[in-house]
Design a protein around this ligand. Sequence first.
Ligand code: GLR
Ligand code: MG
Length: 423
Amino acid sequence: MVQDRVTRITTTPVAFHDLPLLNTVGVHEPFALRAIVEVETAAGLTGLGETYGDEAHLARLRGAADALIGTEVFALNDAAARVTRVLAADTTTGGHGMSGMVTGSSTADRVLSPFEVALLDIQGKTVGRPVSDLLGGRLRDRVAFSGYLFYKWAGHPGAPADEWGAALDPDGIVRQARTMIDRYGFGALKLKGGVFPPEEEIAAILALRAEFPDLPLRLDPNAAWTVETSVMVGKALAGVLEYLEDPTPGIEGMAEVARQVPMPLATNMCVVAFDDVPPAVRADAVGVVLSDHHFWGGLRRSQLLAGLCRTFGLGLSMHSNSHLGISLAAMTHLAAATPNLDYACDTHWPWKRADEDVIKPGAIGFVDGAVAVPDGPGLGVELDRDALGRLHEQYLSCGLRNRDDTGYMQTVDPSYRAVSPRW
Ligand SMILES: O=C([O-])C(=O)C[C@H](O)[C@@H](O)C(=O)[O-]
Ligand SMILES: [Mg+2]
């Protein structure tokens, strides 16, 4: 049996331009941070992974990278054990990369994820097959994504308006949706809520329904509402929403809401780790779990979650954060090879500049709201080393080291506080 082992791992933080997208903890800063992981092997292969770029996370990635030297490229169980072992001594907290919106996920799973993806990329290159084949084979050639709408300012404070302009009311949201659908062809829409009083967000959803009568709609206020407010919104949007995502904090609160509203509740906040599954199932708190390989421990552990969802009769969708092309490729292979991941997946893709990425153009993109599963070996995307260098320089010069939507909002409104629930 021919073996190949990891000889070197490089972790490079990068920054790419982001727009002033509003959410319930504040507003996106001018740059989003990511870390790009390159795993090299004795046989001369390289695998790619992408993850959060916050400082504490970077430090953990580097510790894990040292521990992964020598790992055999098919030994994913050994890789997971090495990461768990090295993190056992880590008493630091924070650095989640999600500005306080996803807090209970497993540190070991978050750190493992980009290495697992990179090892799968290498395995695919070794056997000449796409990652989706290593995950059981694709069930769909194209993976549908949803158009992710945000309330937003016209531009960053002190800067001119960006090409999307302001979206601060129902008309602005409908305009944004129209542009996004014209450009990408999305067949489902999600509105990031928790920004304005719930009545205004109900009005935005109803305006979307009037303009796009056939599109599935979702609303996600990231636990900005009390149980009572959530029930009020759920009843007001009966028959309108495909699902209501994280209206209120915690499994107990979600269960109370679920008992009183007609649509399924979805979550990427109260079920974010395997330990959350039993209590959420017992309480009947959610109908749909949004997977995310970045915090569920990679692609194979996301498929483990998919199996649990099928067993317990839960739907499965996919969460995203601001991301680049390596993540999009990984998300697409996963969704293509996971039978019950049949909701349109989230993506922040439209919010990044088309010319900013770390992969060579052409391998992956949107047609009619969907991404064709790359056919090449591994992830099917290639690192653009010059672009990686440019985005790393941008990281060094941008001054940001952690995602802090709340702190950025406070530079505009010093009295601003991130509170949950807010209404
Ligand atoms: O579905 C979600 O909760 C998200 O997409 C979380 C993200 O962090 C989103 O709120 C954002 O980018 O502001
Ligand atoms: Mg969410």
